[in-house]
Design a binder for this molecule. Structure first.
Ligand SMILES: Cc1ncc(C[n+]2csc(CCOP(=O)(O)OP(=O)(O)O)c2C)c(N)n1
Ligand SMILES: [Mg+2]
Length: 326
């Protein structure tokens, strides 16, 4: 898919929607309105938007424990997502999933996942299903650098390669695995280098730059869609917040975080790209931010005013017998 002004504006807008959604979710958590913890995606937005801007509505996406951005970029509605975080009946999963399990099957966004690396196998599965059915849908899996150390990564990618499945494996390498710097535990610096072990293309990209992500993913998606098999893309990125709530971040300095915010904010990088081409005036920019802000304010109001699930709903859509908890 070629890069157009419209495409850039969509990615830019979605980055603001993700950023403001998360900042509001963080604020609502501090107010006690969000059930459970949050894993903030701020700083990594260019990966989600650069990938999803290449996808069709019927393509499959599986996420991670840090998936608000993946869901919004795939088209999930922010009001239903916020309601999900609040545990309300109007949430994308009727309030039963929360932040770590937001899913919207109507968009083929098959879900965030609290288990590190657990989406890689199912993505290989959806890709296998598409191949057997003869559709040209592509499956994309997001996972962290920590997940690349799990057995599921090796097993699933080996199968994806063996069967030449239409899948793009996207590793968000943010340099940390919870509180552990990747350099302390990984023997291979670049996750993309691991692609050679499975005879598939591996590319490392600057994950702060939505355009770079977009272009590399465009090629990988085209290859997958035309029967050329899987790719492994490593997006080098950085999270601006701690791993999850209450993280004192003793494993990195404040200076490091401030430097990244100053020099590697994906929103600023895309804004500069568009401004240089006269694709975004400052009035357009104000409008994008205003609209995104209004949307997120409405989403929080919607979540707050939504009803709690009925007690009778406790046993539906979940894998346990409601009688056991009655
Ligand atoms: C199988 C499994 N092991 C451990 C955990 C605890 N845990 C949650 S997030 C995380 C770190 C994941 O690091 P990475 O894959 O790099 O993702 P990031 O948090 O950096 O986005 C760990 C160890 C878990 N949820 N699941
Ligand atoms: Mg990580």
């Amino acid at each position: 898919m070629s890069l157009t002004q419209e495409k850039c504006l969509k990615m830019y807008t979605d980055m603001w929607r993700i950023r403001l959604f998360e900042e509001e979710a963080n604020r609502q958590t501090n107010l006690g309105n969000v059930v459970g913890t949050l894993h903030m995606y701020c700083g990594e937005e260019a990966v989600a938007v650069g990938v999803c801007a290449n996808l069709r509505d019927d393509d499959y996406v599986l996420g991670t424990h840090r998936s608000h951005g993946h869901c919004i970029a795939k088209g999930a509605e922010s009001d239903k997502m916020m309601a999900e975080l609040f545990g309300k009946a109007t949430g994308t999963c009727k309030g039963k999933g929360g932040s770590m399990h937001v899913a919207d099957f109507s968009l083929n966004m098959l879900g965030a996942n609290g288990i590190v690396g657990a989406g890689i196998g199912p993505t290989t599965g959806t890709a296998l299903a598409s191949k057997i059915r003869g559709t040209d849908q592509v499956s994309v899996c997001f996972f962290g650098d920590g997940a690349a150390a799990r057995g599921t990564f090796h097993e699933a990618i080996a199968m994806g390669s063996l069967w030449q499945l239409p899948v793009v494996y996207v590793c968000e390498n943010n340099g940390y695995q919870q509180w552990v710097p990747r350099k302390n535990v990984a023997v291979v610096d670049s996750v993309a280098d691991m692609a050679g072990s499975y005879s598939i293309p591996g590319v490392s990209v600057n994950g702060q730059d939505a355009i770079e992500v977009y272009e590399v993913i465009a090629e990988a998606v085209a290859r997958a869609r035309s029967g050329g098999g899987p790719s492994l893309i490593e997006a080098r990125t950085y999270r601006f917040y701690g791993h999850s709530l209450g993280d004192e971040q003793q494993y990195r300095t404040e200076e490091e975080v401030e430097e990244r915010k100053l020099n590697a904010d994906p929103i600023n990088i895309l804004r500069d790209f568009m401004t240089e081409r006269n694709w975004l005036s400052s009035a357009d920019d104000d409008q994008v931010q205003q609209r995104a802000g209004d949307e997120i304010t409405r989403a929080a109001k919607f979540a707050e005013e939504s009803p709690w699930p009925e007690m009778g709903e406790v046993g539906t859509d979940v894998l346990f017998d409601a009688k056991e908890v009655a």
